[in-house]
Design a protein around this ligand. Structure first.
Ligand code: PEP
Length: 252
């Protein structure tokens, strides 16, 4: 009932020329896979050229961030309308932005509302750090991130968003969560928090991805879990054969 969604987060990788090569390698394979929503999230500089390559392919395009203001003196920032010119999706609150660029639940919330206002599908990232995991406070952290990050959203807006559960200790480390453990966090903590905000029925409709060292080898196990609706993929999204295998594994 929930269409799985797999998004490739390219992070700060690929010049336009390199991005074109990667997309050309991915498009035929991605087009051949149905039953899963497919999204590529290149860096801002590659968004425009890649949007031209993806037109009519059924493959979505996402940005990795946006600013909440619509225009003005915000040097280095990109507005929601600018993203919307080329993209259908946007990643928000990625742990790298939280860790290195001062992103907070409050700024995630501002960006989220701004993204929804222009009609983008936001992929909102939540997840505990290693210290929080070891301290046994995963539930407190992800519930706080959901409640504060999604503050003041309507139920209708809730239905649009995608959540990515990304334990920080699993991102880029090669140390993925186990699939049952990730499913448990999503089912017992994230969906519970979503139910508290939007009601049980809507919470069951919202797609929740897992992210953190997803590979072609472990994807099937993650996607066989009942509450995991696809993945946000970093490193493996830069390897065409691996990414295609991951997307294929998510197809329903
Ligand atoms: C990510 O960047 O969101 C991510 C999950 O990275 P990786 O797959 O490399 O762990």
């Amino acid at each position: 009932m929930r269409t799985p969604i797999v998004a490739g987060n390219w992070k700060m990788n690929k010049t336009v020329e390199q991005a074109r090569v990667l997309v050309a390698e991915l498009v035929p394979g991605l087009q051949a896979i149905s039953g899963v929503e497919k999204v590529l999230c290149p860096p801002f500089t590659a968004v425009m050229p890649i949007s031209a390559m993806l037109t009519g392919t059924g493959i979505g395009l996402g940005a990795q961030n946006l600013h909440w203001e619509s225009s003005g003196a915000f040097t280095g920032e990109v507005s929601p309308a600018m993203v919307k010119e080329f993209c259908q999706y946007v990643i928000l609150g990625h742990s790298e932005r939280r860790a290195y660029f001062g992103e907070t639940d409050e700024t995630v919330n501002r960006r989220l509302k701004a993204a929804l206002a222009v009609g983008l599908t936001p992929i909102v990232c939540v997840g505990e750090t290693l210290a929080e995991y070891e301290a046994g406070v995963t539930a407190d952290v992800v519930i706080r991130q959901i409640v504060a990050g999604l503050k003041d959203l309507t139920e209708e807006q809730g239905r649009v968003i995608v959540i990515a559960y990304e334990p920080v200790w699993a991102i880029g480390t090669g140390r993925a969560s186990t699939a049952p453990a990730a499913n448990q966090v999503i089912a017992d903590m994230i969906r519970l928090a979503l139910a508290g905000i939007f009601g049980k029925e809507t919470a069951q409709l919202i797609r929740v991805q897992y992210g953190g060292s997803v590979t072609a080898a472990n994807a099937v196990e993650f996607f066989s879990q009942p509450d995991i609706d696809g993945a946000l993929v970093g490193g493996a999204s830069l390897k065409p054969a691996d990414f295609l295998q991951i997307v294929q594994a998510a197809a329903r």
